[in-house]
Design a protein around this ligand. Structure first.
Ligand code: FMN
Length: 193
């Protein structure tokens, strides 16, 4: 990540549950980034109208989706941010439908939009073993480099089921905040915590 200008960070929450574990953790990452001097913004996919891809392939020719919904505006916001925080809980071993629809809509988007973006993944799940997040983490581990993004870190929150339960996991909250700070201050970080 280059440049000395104030960094912008966008947090994208893929859970439909307000004040849920995903949102709380994304907020922590954003708070850490703000502590390090970044400007932040949070988007909840469930508040937007992002229709599933219809596989018409028009975007591959024109670079634009034929569906007139909120995706274009969201992409503009993403383009103005250097760091992207992607949050989704595990639903049936995968990401939420909201998050998957969002990813599918990247199909015809120019690769330059993605290239070099620093990405932090935030993934809470009810079960207590990272094994159950392996498909979702693996999906991102393939997609991010394919699109030229930098996978900076993954915050997994294991064993959190009820709304806001992650507030009791102070170590995970602290790690989320630290990663947010480090994503801006430039500390080299391993992908997993
Ligand atoms: C439809 C649905 C499917 C779920 N599937 C899984 C699952 O496969 N594995 C798991 O560990 N937790 C599963 N969960 C639990 C959520 O991942 C967990 O409650 C998470 O903390 C929710 O995050 P949120 O509060 O941000 O919505 C599921 C929850 C829902 C509503």
């Amino acid at each position: 990540m280059e440049g000395s200008k104030q960094k912008r960070v966008i947090g994208i929450v893929g859970s439909p549950r307000r004040n849920g574990n995903t949102e709380i953790l994304v907020d922590e990452v954003l708070a850490g980034a703000e502590e390090a001097g970044a400007q932040t913004k949070k988007i909840t996919l469930n508040d937007l109208n992002i229709a599933p891809c219809q596989a018409c392939n028009t975007c591959l020719k024109t670079g634009e989706c034929v569906q007139q919904d909120d995706m274009a505006k969201l992409l503009e916001k993403m383009e103005s941010s250097q760091v992207w925080v992607f949050g989704t809980p595990i639903y049936w071993w995968g990401p939420t439908a909201q998050f998957k629809a969002f990813i599918d809509r990247w199909y015809g988007v120019k690769k330059t939009v993605f290239r070099g973006r620093r990405v932090i993944l935030v993934i809470p799940l009810a079960w207590g073993d990272p094994y159950y997040a392996r498909h979702t983490v693996g999906m991102f581990e393939d997609i991010l480099p394919y699109q030229g993004m930098e996978h900076f870190a993954t915050v997994l929150a294991l064993g959190v089921e009820s709304r806001g339960e992650v507030r009791g996991h102070t170590n995970v909250l602290a790690k989320a905040r630290r990663i947010g700070r480090e994503a801006i201050s430039g500390t080299i970080h391993s992908k997993k915590i």
